[in-house]
Design a binder for this molecule. Structure first.
Ligand SMILES: Nc1ncnc2c1ncn2[C@@H]1O[C@H](COP(=O)(O)OP(=O)(O)OP(=O)(O)O)[C@@H](O)[C@H]1O
Length: 303
């Protein structure tokens, strides 16, 4: 089956900033993918290239085998930007109607309002809605063309807990019909709860990509802490090369080792540093693993 979309070797620079560096992702129809990463990781730039809003400096975007522009033109992609402005004086229903008039085969307006969960404020002016309500209207606009692929940039950014819950309930209904979704988020819990797959970005690169459980297993290892007497300048590098250790930080003789295999790490540690003391091993939650993965560490240390 053809990919729902594919990004191949995407690169985008803004002056001196390398916003996206060699990003390649292939997504099959029906996958719900979370694009996760901290501020400035390159998520929005990647999404803009997928939507054909930004031209890549290198690489290629294909959406169902077409160029991004062709796919958008055919109404195959529904997009929800982070801060797209809404016409303040139009009611929600009017705005949805306006968008529907731009599509070749729009869904009935009533159906869109229902799917996006905005029926109750269909007759309110957009300018009078709260930030979270406006986000839901943007979601409605993304659904108007009944697209095969939905691309959402931080869809729940302005929503409160209840708004988020309701938004994801609407999304579930949409994804149950086998549609493909890519959503950017800062919220690990959203990625865990609603995505089949996580693509984790940092500094413009993909640092992890896989099913949620797999990414969790790959990154959420254990942390080994120990005091290393007589540490020298070379000790940190030596700790980083111990078996089972993916990353080492040494400060004032206190070592913190991120371990994919803590059993191998502790054996190696005691072999190479027999004086290591106060050894402690703790499990890392996904939240901590996410922070570790997206922290400003040496490139490659976590790959
Ligand atoms: N139009 C632009 N001009 C200059 N630099 C830009 C532009 N757009 C993005 N950047 C830079 O590119 C990098 C990636 O930004 P991007 O918005 O893609 O990240 P992001 O992961 O979406 O972040 P956030 O979660 O804050 O939205 C950042 O360093 C950002 O400052």
């Amino acid at each position: 089956m053809a990919d729902a979309f594919s990004l191949e070797g995407l690169v985008k620079r803004f002056g001196d900033v390398l916003a996206v560096e060699d990003v390649s992702v292939r997504v099959a129809p029906g996958e719900v993918v979370a694009l996760l990463g901290p501020n400035g990781a390159g998520k929005s730039t990647t999404i803009d290239m997928l939507l054909g809003l930004t031209r890549p400096d290198a690489g290629q975007v294909r959406v169902a085998g077409l160029s991004a522009a062709e796919a958008m033109d055919r109404g195959m992609v529904g997009a929800m930007a982070q801060n797209g402005t809404l016409l303040r004086d139009a009611t929600v229903a009017e705005l949805v109607g306006l968008f529907a008039s731009l599509h070749r085969n729009p869904l009935p307006i009533r159906e869109v309002l229902k799917r996006a969960g905005v029926t109750e404020y269909a007759n309110r002016r957009c300018g009078k809605l709260s930030g979270g309500e406006q986000q839901r209207v943007r979601f409605a606009l993304a659904l108007v063309g009944d697209p095969d692929l939905l691309v959402l940039d931080e869809p729940t950014a302005a929503m409160d807990v209840d708004g988020r819950r309701r938004f994801w309930a609407s999304m579930r209904e949409y994804t149950e019909t086998g549609r493909t979704v890519l959503f950017a988020t800062h919220y690990l819990a959203e990625a865990e709860d609603y995505a089949d797959r996580v693509v984790l970005m940092r500094h413009g690169r993909v640092v992890a990509d896989g099913p949620v459980g797999e990414v969790r297993a790959a990154v959420a290892g254990r942390v080994l802490r120990a005091v290393i007497p007589n540490a020298t300048r070379d000790t940190e590098a030596a700790l980083a090369t111990l078996p089972g250790v993916s990353r080492a930080v040494l400060r004032a003789g206190h070592a913190e080792l991120s371990c994919a295999d803590s059993d191998a790490a502790i054996r190696g540690l005691l072999r190479e540093f027999p004086l290591a003391a106060n050894i402690e091993i703790t499990a890392v939650g996904l939240e901590e693993a996410f922070i570790a993965l997206t922290a400003d560490v040496e490139e490659g240390a976590l790959r």
